[in-house]
Ligand binder design. Sequence first.
Ligand code: G3H
Length: 248
Amino acid sequence: MRKKLIAGNWKMNQTVTEAGHYFEKFKVKAREDVDLVFILPFTDIPVAKFFISRSSIGLGAQNMYPAESGAFTGEISPLMLKDLGCTYVICGHSERREILGESDEFIARKVKCALDHDITPILCVGETKDEHDAGKTEEKIETQVRAALEKIPTDKVSNVVIAYEPIWAIGSGAAATADEAEAVAKLIRQIVKNIAGKKVSDQVRILYGGSVNAGNINDFTGEKDIDGALVGGASLKPEEFISIYQKA
Ligand code: G3H
């Protein structure tokens, strides 16, 4: 039985002051059956930790450099994240792939480094609108999933969370249909099975991301292979994010 996961990715939003106001309003009744995680800008992580330290809410970062320390100006290491209380990190969000040119190979190094430091990587995969329209979704997903997982020891693959985020659905207000998302989640589970075996593929958590809100979360979490959501815009509104968590 896989535990559901709702992760709120604030992206590059909320100053420390704004984050403080947010968490003053964020009062939620914890659920045993759903993990809740905030994936925050680095600067907001300490303030979030102050507010949620006595709860079961998890903390994560949006990026990490795959080395413990060194001459990597502007980067953040897994040791720094762990010291801040982060137990999750996003690897390969499409915005970083597209805007910052992150390659499958570099993302694979981040996923492996996160696992080596007992940080749960949330590996993002997804196709562009052009790839979707050209019927290339499966090919793209297989390439991205294989690149990130093939060099990881089989026994560690179940610790990776995979988020299917069709790029055309992100921030558009037009989410994929639950059927579309489930078809890709099922494909991802099959790819994981081919790489690491059935036991691992049954354990790995697969999220959907792309214009998730309080009105459509149930459509996705009602699907067999979808174990939760990576929520962007709607996680910036405390009441709506609480509602998403409660409905998941
Ligand atoms: O990481 C989150 C996703 O990119 C989804 O963003 O919910 O604003 O569409 P969105």
